[in-house]
Design a binder for this molecule. Sequence first.
Ligand SMILES: Nc1ncnc2c1ncn2[C@@H]1O[C@H](COP(=O)(O)OP(=O)(O)O)[C@@H](O)[C@H]1O
Ligand SMILES: [Mg+2]
Length: 496
Amino acid sequence: MFPSPFVVGGRKVLWSDVVLTLKAPRWEGCEPFIETNQSRIHGVEVTKRLDRRERAATEECAPDLTIVFSFCNPPGQSRSQFIIGSDPATCDIVCTSFEISNQHVKFGIEGEHIVMYDVSSRGSQLALGGREPQWTWPKPGIPYRCILPPNTNITLKISDGLMFQVDVPALKGKALQEFTKKRNVFHARCSDFGALNIHSQIPTKSATPSQSATRRRREHMYWFESKLGEGGFGAVYRIRRLQDWAVFAAKQVVEHGRASEALADRPSVIVAKRANLEAEMKTLQRLQHERIVKYVDWYEDQSDRWVLVMEHCPQGSLQDKIWREKILFTPSTTAEVLKQVAEGLLYLHGKGITHRDLKPGNILVRSWSPLSLALCDFGLAKQRRAFSGSAMYTTCGTPSHMAPEMWTRGAGYTKAIDIWALGVVGAELLGTKIPGLKTTKEDRYPDLMFQIAETMSDNNPGNRLVALVGRMLAWNPADQPTAAECIRDATTARVK
Ligand SMILES: Nc1ncnc2c1ncn2[C@@H]1O[C@H](COP(=O)(O)OP(=O)(O)O)[C@@H](O)[C@H]1O
Ligand SMILES: [Mg+2]
């Protein structure tokens, strides 16, 4: 038996009955023609439809049309989706005087999610939270599936003059229980539930960017929310996977970014940056360690740009903390930071990989308490196999964190440059102000850092943490500790 009929139409709608409300349309100059196909409506109730005169009178307080999805009503046809389009034979809401497909948008239920399917030939636009539409289904004509996040307000623009407000309720606690119960009954009555047959596309781990024959256009799977940061090579955004609304970070090449203003549009620079991101993706795919940011997915967007999807670290980078928030670290936090970064380096160095751009901006913070760090930005990381010799020669990285041997062109350098960079990070955490690039000649940095380390050691005799940072900044790589020694010493310095 179905639960008792729900209460709508002027009266309050019961919280457990409501799944989704469409308020249609926003009138934009023209007079649309919308019909609700009553005979087709199932599990859906039209609460109010006003004619023009009535609407003028109630403009301020009443929406033009409110449709409430509910599972209390048995489905009229053996179909479980709610359809908007121009075909009176198959649609629940029929809009004839617009550019709209026979069947344009469908709404359905998958598990606890309310899902929207765009099956139109021309695509629709979506905007979250009542903002202006900012996102188009990227490929009209191909069905797209999008989970509507709970407790949000979405604007769906079907064509000029035809927009819907979609209010998705928060489904929690008791409401969720009730919803689940009713949904199950509803599903049992719908013979072709899921007939649209669009399956969620869980990213496959094995695919790599080099498989360009199988182009991976998956931007429709992600929703870009806000910019998290921008470095010399890429911009990183906070994104949502539409399938489950999970948060990730996405890195894209910046073709006209800050760092490349002077070089903007120069194809060779863009090619180099793309190559960098490809290298980063390939490296990251092979890495699996608590101290390394986790790889999730990659795809090519409509402009053929690669997008690297990775775990989102909600606390940003150490750089944000040190420079923007000007937070001073306690010695014990500093020791823990050095230990965790050294753990990442131990893992990388064990695989023959040198990071080559270690600095606070490339150390991400998952959480502060307990502290959990992850290394990111592997665009310059270099793999060296033992048999091909361990020296590297390319001068690269960030000048302030570059080791002395990197400046001695031709001499070659090893993974020890990561330990030097970690020493600079340690000095920064202990309160050293690194002079700006404009005031210092780049190749003077190693001298400066060396002097800073010596002064710090002189002023803090017996301080294990300062001594450790001092050894990381030893001029001769042979005198520097290995990553494993850094972990050991940072652990004892913390305990002390
Ligand atoms: N996974 C992530 N989670 C949160 N913030 C991130 C993430 N990845 C990068 N960021 C932010 O974006 C900035 C730039 O990212 P990064 O990979 O270092 O790009 P670039 O190669 O341009 O330096 C980082 O300093 C950090 O603030
Ligand atoms: Mg970076």
